[in-house]
Design a binder for this molecule. Sequence first.
Ligand SMILES: Nc1ncnc2c1ncn2[C@@H]1O[C@H](COP(=O)(O)OP(=O)(O)OP(=O)(O)O)[C@@H](O)[C@H]1O
Ligand SMILES: [Mg+2]
Length: 394
Amino acid sequence: MNSIFGIILALCRASLSNDIDNVKYQIERLANAYKKNGTEAEYKAISSLLKNTAKKQVLNGSKLKISNSIIVGEELTRQVTIPVDKETASPLLEIFFSNDLPSEPPIFDVPIQTAVESVIVEWSNYPKLVAMNAAPSHSCLIYGLPGTGKTHLAKWMANQIGLPVVLARLDGIVSSFLGTSARNISSLFSFANRYKCVLLLDEFDAIAKLRDDPQEVGEVKRIVNALLQNLDERDNCGFTIGVTNHEQLLDPAIWRRFDVQIEIPKPSSMVIEKLLTYYMTPLQLSEAEIRFMSWCSSGSSGADIQKLSNWLKRMKIITEYQNDNIVDLMRRYSILNTGRMSDEIKKILSLSDDDILTKLKGEELNFKQKDIAAIFNISQSTVSKQLAKVNKEE
Ligand SMILES: Nc1ncnc2c1ncn2[C@@H]1O[C@H](COP(=O)(O)OP(=O)(O)OP(=O)(O)O)[C@@H](O)[C@H]1O
Ligand SMILES: [Mg+2]
């Protein structure tokens, strides 16, 4: 028990001096001391406290203060001079400070959310990991279809890590002047390595795409080589995030440079429902309406859902449309957004109310009569009458 008292004293000292990393360390020691003494209940209680706190830190969106003390480099300020392309004077990068970055995480299925959070939790354990020669991941490649929340995720991760974002402007970097692009890449990385920041290489494929142009082969080789070399040198500075829609265009050697590679899929129906609820706030739709809209949106990206929700919100606010039921609204939306909806759903929405009603009741969708009533804004008895009529006709 003496050793436990020693740990409690150290814990008191650490908390009185506001040294949060040390507090955590002493709490861990305390848990282990209880384990060693065979007092399993105390060990479990303290361990679960530690685990939940680590999780909450990520989920609450609290930024990791440690990045500031651990990452070497100068503090970025709004006054800093941004490097430009020498020929065209286009800026090579843009800076996003905490206030410009999302504080809410994008919505994904739980396994992706948990995996992403683990990268951030690694950073919250930075001192402990480095002390054991197990430095956290320093680079992450995010890839997937357009509008699935990749840029949002990258910026949110940076905000969680507690560092500003240096966003590479590939339009400024890729120069039409021979040899200049490689020099611009070096200027970009020198800037990112000088300051405490997350380097974000968004739409990374813009570089790789040049490869299709036979006249650009030599220049692309130079750019890819410059990227490889600079990515290698950046290994222990800050965090680097690459984002791309066309991962197949990326050079395999570039792929390998990233410690973590996350594929972001199109949202599942559960995620679509969460996105609709999130983006419709403060307006509330019934569960049945959300399910119906989620079905209409199958195959859509997060960006499509955000657009749909914004449109629907406007319709629900404008007095002239407030009484329209969700089927009529979705019909109108499908005409205004032909490119955002699948052909199959567009075809179904063009059917009569009776046909849609039968489809919703059918085995595949299996909506309850009360849900159909909410979707069409009619009474349940009207629904059952309509269904009886349709069955009779068949
Ligand atoms: N899973 C999601 N959760 C929350 N918002 C999302 C999600 N997916 C997309 N969005 C929203 O859609 C918009 C577009 O997202 P974002 O720019 O991050 O997509 P992207 O994958 O980077 O697209 P692109 O490949 O076209 O660059 C943003 O406003 C974003 O917040
Ligand atoms: Mg993007």
